[in-house]
Design a protein around this ligand. Structure first.
Ligand SMILES: Nc1ncnc2c1ncn2[C@@H]1O[C@H](COP(=O)(O)OP(=O)(O)OP(=O)(O)O)[C@@H](O)[C@H]1O
Ligand SMILES: [Mg+2]
Length: 254
């Protein structure tokens, strides 16, 4: 059975970066096959991984709607969409990437989201790991992209406010009854050690701290040059932290 890893948190905290680096760490370790899921309508996971997105679920839905009268004979709309989504899986570097895309028009968001959820059920079992990069904030969580999450990482920036909002997101996930195995806090873009106030906030949260990721100049440079995170040297401090988190929280636990 696949291990489902979801990354969530406030906007701009580093969800996509953490998801991409975890994927890279799983591949570097040769721990197994990966289905990467970009569940953020503002899709950036493909670019961050350096994988060209052929098509998005939202794009396929719109395309299908525009040519309902030209579908292959004997194929229902749902079957056709499913077929197209399978075809659209971008497979590169040992990763299969599924991208939700931005639904347009009223009612489309819910339809595309429920398609993603249904597709995930069927697709993810073909992979050892499913890594989901989520949309920022809380509201989308209620749409439950995944009905089960084995390991949830809530990413926070390096601030008291950041940690507090990570905790609110975490509470919301639980209150919605999503089946979450284990959840962890990841503090990202840290400039130095945690301040006593942040440390206290983390301790009181009841959320286990998976790790503190340093602000990495190399990531900023790659982002400015629009280069994938796979170009980050393995010796970068953040890669060491991510490798440890991946080993301890994802790979080692059976
Ligand atoms: N540890 C880090 N060191 C330096 N820069 C970082 C680090 N983590 C993330 N960044 C940069 O911060 C910016 C936001 O990161 P990212 O896109 O991963 O956040 P996000 O939470 O996915 O954002 P969004 O809410 O828009 O989806 C990016 O430019 C990224 O390159
Ligand atoms: Mg993102």
């Amino acid at each position: 059975m696949t291990r489902i890893i979801a990354v969530t948190g406030k906007g701009g905290t580093g969800k996509t970066t953490v998801a991409a680096l975890i994927i890279r760490a799983i591949l570097d370790k040769k721990a197994g096959s990966v289905l990467a899921v970009d569940a953020d309508p503002n899709s950036t996971l493909g670019e961050t991984l350096g994988i060209k997105v052929k098509d998005t679920i939202a794009g396929i839905c719109e395309d299908t709607r525009a040519k309902l009268d030209k579908l292959p004979a004997g194929m229902s709309k749902d079957r056709y969409i499913e077929y197209r989504i399978h075809e659209s899986l971008a497979e590169e570097k040992g990763i299969s990437l599924l991208t939700m895309g931005r639904p347009e028009g009223p009612g489309c968001y819910c339809y595309v989201n429920s398609l993603l959820r249904d597709m995930l059920k069927g697709l993810s079992d073909g992979y050892d790991f499913t890594v989901i990069d989520n949309e920022a904030g809380m509201e989308h969580i209620s749409r439950k992209t995944a009905s089960r999450i084995d390991i949830l990482f809530v990413v926070s920036d390096f601030s008291v406010m950041g940690v507090r909002s990570a905790l609110r997101i975490h509470k919301l996930v639980y209150s919605l009854g999503i089946d979450v195995g284990r959840s962890f806090l990841v503090v990202n873009k840290a400039k130095g050690a945690l301040s006593p106030q942040i440390e206290l906030e983390v301790k009181d949260s009841g959320l286990n701290l998976a790790g503190i990721l340093a602000f990495e100049q190399g990531i900023e440079n790659l982002s400015l040059q629009n280069k994938p995170l796979f170009d980050l040297p393995a010796s970068a401090d953040i890669m060491k932290s991510i490798n440890r988190i991946t080993e301890e929280k994802i790979c080692r636990v059976k």
